[in-house]
Write a protein that binds this ligand. Structure first.
Ligand code: AMP
Length: 286
C-alpha cells in the first residue's frame, strides 16, 4: 500500500511545514487544483517535481469563481481517491483549506484581474477570473512557492495570472504545462464525468475543429470565414451552443489578425447540454 501524503488543513500547520523546508533551503513548487484529480493534474505534479525540491498540491473548490447557477454544488469531490493518486506521485504536502479558512466572515478584498481576463471566458463568466485571481493570490501567499504550475487547458487563466504576478511583483515563476488529452483528443477535465455516452462521443469534435482552424489560419486562409464554418461544424456535430471560438495573440489574448507575426492561439468553449467544454491549441508558425 502506498503511504498517504502529508496533509495540512490550516494555515499554521502549512506554515510550520514550509518553515522546516525553508530552513533546509528547499525550493517549493505549488500545483493549485480543485481536486477530482486526473492525468492532467498528475502531469502538473510531475512537472513540479522537476522544477523544485518540494511539491505542494492544493485542493480547494473555490466558490468565488463559480457564478450562481453554475456547478459548484455538484462539482466532483473525492478526497480519498485524490490522496491515493497523489501518494503514488510522492507529493510532499497536500494543502486542503476549508471555505472558512479561505474566506472567513470578515473577508473583503478581491483582486480585479487585468486585460487578459476580458472577453472569451470573462464575457461568459463575468466574476470568474476575479475569483481565480483572488484565490491564487491567497494560495501563493500561504504557500510562498518559488514556482506554480498551471495547465494550458485553462489558457486564459494562465495568461491572466502571468499578468497578475508581473503587475504585483509576486516573487514566483509561473510555469505553463501542455494539455493532456484522451486518445481521441478530448482534453481531460474533471467535468468530463458530466457527459452522457452520446455527448462523450461528440465531445472530441471540439479539439478536431480547433485543430483544423489552426491549420487553416497557418496556411493563410481567410480567418473570418474559417471561424464561421468551424462554428457551423460544431453545431452540426451536435454541440448545443458555441460560447466563443476565436484566434488570439497567444501572449496577451488580444484579437489577432492574419497580418500578426506574434504566436497565436485558437480558443473555444462550447456546450453539450449543461456541460461546457473549453479547449485551445497553438497555431503552428507560418
Ligand atoms: P482544475 O482542478 O480544473 O481547477 O485544474 C487545476 C489545474 O490543472 C489547472 O492549472 C488546469 O489548467 C490544469 N488542468 C486541468 N485539466 C488539464 C489537462 N487536461 N491537461 C493539463 N492541465 C490540466
Amino acid at each position: 500500500m502506498t503511504k498517504r501524503p502529508k496533509v495540512a488543513r490550516d494555515v499554521t500547520e502549512l506554515r510550520e511545514q514550509i518553515a522546516k523546508w525553508r530552513h533546509k533551503e528547499k525550493s517549493i513548487a505549488l500545483v493549485p487544483t480543485m481536486g477530482a484529480l486526473h492525468a492532467g493534474h498528475i502531469s502538473l505534479v510531475k512537472r513540479a517535481h522537476k522544477e523544485a525540491d518540494k511539491t505542494i498540491v492544493s485542493i480547494f473548490v473555490n466558490p468565488t469563481q463559480f457564478a450562481q447557477g453554475e456547478d459548484l454544488a455538484r462539482y466532483p469531490r473525492d478526497e480519498e481517491q485524490d490522496f491515493e493518486r497523489l501518494a503514488k506521485q510522492s507529493v510532499d504536502l497536500v494543502w486542503i483549506p476549508s471555505v472558512d479558512t479561505m474566506y472567513p466572515k470578515d473577508f473583503s478584498t478581491t483582486i480585479q484581474p487585468g486585460s487578459a481576463a476580458r472577453g472569451l471566458e470573462g464575457e461568459i463568466r463575468p466574476a470568474h477570473f476575479a475569483g481565480v485571481a483572488t484565490v491564487c493570490a491567497k494560495l501563493f501567499n500561504q504557500t510562498t512557492p518559488d514556482c506554480a504550475i498551471f495547465g494550458e487547458k485553462d489558457y486564459q487563466q494562465l495568461v491572466m495570472l502571468r499578468q497578475m504576478v508581473r503587475d504585483f511583483d509576486m516573487p514566483l515563476k509561473l510555469v505553463g504545462a501542455p494539455i493532456v488529452r484522451e486518445n481521441d483528443g478530448l482534453a481531460l477535465s474533471s467535468r468530463n464525468v458530466y457527459l452522457s455516452k452520446e455527448h462523450r462521443r461528440i465531445a472530441p469534435e471540439l479539439h478536431n475543429v480547433i485543430t483544423d482552424v489552426a491549420s487553416s489560419v497557418a496556411a493563410g486562409e481567410d480567418q473570418t470565414s474559417t471561424l464561421a464554418s468551424a462554428r457551423i461544424r460544431l453545431l452540426v456535430a451536435g454541440f448545443d451552443k458555441v460560447d466563443y471560438l476565436d484566434v488570439r495573440n497567444a501572449e496577451t489574448l488580444a484579437p489577432a489578425t492574419t497580418k500578426d507575426t506574434v504566436p497565436q492561439r485558437v480558443l473555444a468553449a462550447a456546450r453539450l447540454a449543461t456541460t461546457r467544454l473549453i479547449d485551445n491549441v497553438a497555431i503552428p508558425p507560418r
